[in-house]
Write a protein that binds this ligand. Sequence first.
Ligand SMILES: [Zn+2]
Ligand SMILES: [Zn+2]
Length: 280
Amino acid sequence: MSLPICVACGVQYEGTIASPPVSCPVCEDERQYVRREGQAWTTLEALRETERVNRVIEVEPGLYSVQTEPRVAIGQRALLVQSDAGNVLWDCVTYLDDATVEAIRQLGGIRYIAISHPHYYSAMVEWAEAFDAQIVLHEDSKEWVMRPSERITFWSGDALELAAGVTMLRVGGHFTGSAVLHWQQGQAGKGVLLTGDTIYVVADRKWVSFMYSYPNLIPLPAFEVERIRDLVQAYEFDRLYGAWPHSVVETDARQAVIRSADRYIAALTSRPQNELKNRF
Ligand SMILES: [Zn+2]
Ligand SMILES: [Zn+2]
């Protein structure tokens, strides 16, 4: 196979490593970056030659994280949601080996691979083939698919229920097609939101943020954040998981999203003090 994988973002491309693409459009985009060392490519086969492992860890009943150590590329985790109608892998990672396939089969395998946005497309087709799964992406992100496959289904609109109580919500922002996953049965029925980079858990884990570009610190306009807040607050959830091992708002997450959106909007729309004085 030897398909090229971008070292910086971990996205696998069609073609061969013998003649990789000239550049990686995902990294050339202002929401990512080209490494100081320049564009470089690897393969899944080469990564398997290294001392790498995917850790599959229960984070709460019915939810498992999949994390590659040492990290590959961006270093995000994937989250496996168990469901009677078939498991959903939320987001994806580049690395995959036999031990991972075996560990996830023990947990019921994967029916759907649902991905928040193109930064986490990684080696999604490899994963889909290994588990005979269907990849579900929002149609607004179609242009970012670098390895087309008949396993990919594009959906449109703002909500898609994959299984009872497991619903993808397109909220946009970071990417037009950026999505989150609402898991109604999560946290003992209080509801859980899985967000990738669409809603980002910040250092103070009672708060979240909403950026156009995280590495280059480009904010979203206030009206976009207002829209995300209004879409998300229509759902009940108490806990929120982001894309990193410790990015979780443990409780009261719905309020955390609302107050974080309000803080963000206030920061973007506040005026200089003198101007305020003149106005009132
Ligand atoms: Zn890249
Ligand atoms: Zn991202």
